[in-house]
Design a protein around this ligand. Structure first.
Ligand code: ADP
Length: 500
């Protein structure tokens, strides 16, 4: 409805209706289409109705005029006279909240929120009421959804096996889950709003924890898998893994969420497993070396005899003993890495010579294989020649194992752009590694599904060891790979002699 027609209509309207002198205000009310604004007389009969009311409640001004506003209420509310109570309350208190389900002309319900005010004439005589209302159904639904989502998130946190604690910004405790209570033996449940520093007899009040919380609060807002070894008064020395995040559940509020996982027992088990692997490998290596030496002896004595069966068997034993020894060395290396004891014995050597040597060896044991060698560099490298050859052999061996025999393998030796690093790359055109699995490639004992499905033998240690060796040389090992297209593994190490 336009302001002009509103002004025209209001000339004939009853007391309390908006008069022509109020045309300006009326035009303002008409323009706020998101709000229903209407007036009633003292008995609740509608006597003016803006466009917003038409949108929200479905009735045109003509249809609703002189109707009792009760038709906008639900039957249940009319039965309990809510429409009358609301007006009486507005009259008594100067205003009344009008927040309830309302009924649209088409019978549908919506959640309307607004206020009712009494209207007075110039002589302060009560002449009726005005109502201002808005459809808040969407907001109410959004709030319900938010409530459900909050409840869902809370139940996940509550039932999580990791001990989780939420801190307020002033580092007092907001909440903690059952696992936290149980694991850190926190008895009294009245810990909320008390300082985190006082928790567990001050067990968490350490410089490391303080630094971590500072990082979380004013740093990037997250802490990822931070390991702390911590001496608790009652529980002794514990190894903790901490993940933290700064959350903003509200615009004016932030919380610090900490998951404090105790991995002491898990570490001890891993240690036991590593110790076992290390002891068993040492124990197996000695007799295996003897078996190998004896097989070689037998071979030399018998391979020239006419019936070469003994010689052939001895050679077979030697070959298999070699395979077993390689495996044992892998296991020993892996446990040395776990204990941080993998040592390098650096020397100055020619990388180009080493690459050629490794390629020749690989072609010798794999007849029919083509390895194309590209580029060479004159510089000598400061590093552990034996360990770098181990990396090269691992990459070459994998390239052979994980690609069809008729596909070439390309090995190149180059320098990076500024000439400071040597880069060796081994490219194959084989089965590749699925993208979603690539992040795991350097984990120990990890093997890709492509390798397992094709039943290609391996134990998933070579790349783990190689990456550690390259890291020890202050270098980097990386790869690009596409399933069924192939892989390129590269490593770079500084050419300048650095201590390793
Ligand atoms: P292994 O080959 O003994 O299993 P590695 O540590 O050398 O152990 O390699 C780990 C895994 O990475 C392999 O099992 C395989 O799934 C994958 N992989 C390594 N190199 C390649 C390659 N060139 N092509 C395809 N997959 C590879």
């Amino acid at each position: 409805m336009e302001a002009k027609s509103a002004a025209k209509k209001s000339k004939n309207s009853s007391p309390g209706a908006i008069t022509s002198s109020n045309a300006f205000y009326y035009s303002v009310l008409e323009s706020i289409e998101d709000y229903a604004v209407f007036t009633t007389d003292k008995d609740g009969l509608v006597n003016s109705w803006n466009t917003g009311a038409e949108h929200l409640l479905g009735y045109s001004e003509k249809e609703i005029m002189n109707q009792n506003c009760a038709i906008l209420f639900t039957d249940a509310d009319v039965e309990t006279s809510q429409h009358i109570h609301e007006l009486q309350s507005a009259l008594k208190r100067g205003s009344a909240i009008d927040e309830r389900f309302h009924v649209h002309k088409n019978g549908s319900r919506f959640w309307g929120s607004g206020k009712v005010f009494p209207l007075y004439d110039n002589h302060k005589q009560h002449i009726g009421f005005t109502k201002i209302m808005r459809n808040l159904t969407d907001r109410q639904r959004a709030e319900e959804r938010l409530q459900k989502a909050r409840h869902y998130a809370e139940s996940i946190v509550e039932s999580a096996v990791e001990p989780i604690i939420m801190l307020n910004e002033d580092l007092t405790i907001n909440t903690m889950n059952k696992a936290f209570f149980d694991h850190y033996n926190i008895k009294k449940k009245k810990v909320f709003d008390t300082p985190f520093a006082a928790l567990a007899n001050g067990g968490f009040n350490t410089p490391e924890f303080k630094a971590l919380l500072k990082e979380l609060k004013s740093g990037p807002g997250y802490v990822y898998s931070k390991e702390l070894t911590h001496e608790f008064k009652q529980r002794g020395k514990r190894i903790l893994i901490i993940n933290g995040r700064k959350l903003h559940p509200d615009v004016n509020m932030s919380l610090l969420m900490l998951s404090v996982q105790d991995i002491t027992e898990q570490r001890a088990l891993e240690q036991q497993k590593d110790d076992f692997i290390s002891i068993a490998s040492h124990e197996i290596r000695t007799p295996l070396t003897v078996i190998k030496a004896t097989a070689q002896l037998l071979y030399h004595r018998f391979h020239t005899l006419e019936n070469g069966a003994v010689g052939k068997s001895a050679a077979k034993i030697d070959e298999k003993a070699d395979k077993l020894l390689t495996l044992i060395h892998y296991l020993l290396d892996a446990s040395q890495i776990a204990r941080g004891e993998l040592m390098m014995k650096p020397e100055l050597f020619s990388i180009t010579d080493l690459v050629i040597e490794s390629i020749d060896e690989m072609m010798l044991i794999n007849p029919g294989l083509t390895i194309i060698s590209k580029g060479k560099i004159k510089n000598k490298v400061w590093g552990d020649r034996f360990r770098i050859s181990q990396v090269l052999n691992n990459l070459l061996n994998n390239a052979v194992k994980y690609s069809p025999r008729d596909k070439d393998i390309i090995v190149s030796v180059t320098k990076n752009k500024n000439g400071g690093n040597l880069i060796v790359s081994v490219q194959d055109f084989g089965i590749g590694i699925p993208k979603q699995e690539q992040k795991n490639l350097f984990k120990r004992f990890w093997r890709a599904s492509t390798a397992r499905q094709k039943d290609i033998s391996g134990i998933g240690l070579g790349l783990h060891i190689s990456s550690q060796i390259i890291e020890k040389h202050n270098g980097k090992l990386w790869f690009i790979s596409d399933k069924n297209k192939g892989s390129t593994f590269k490593f770079s190490i500084p050419l300048k002699a650095v201590s390793i």
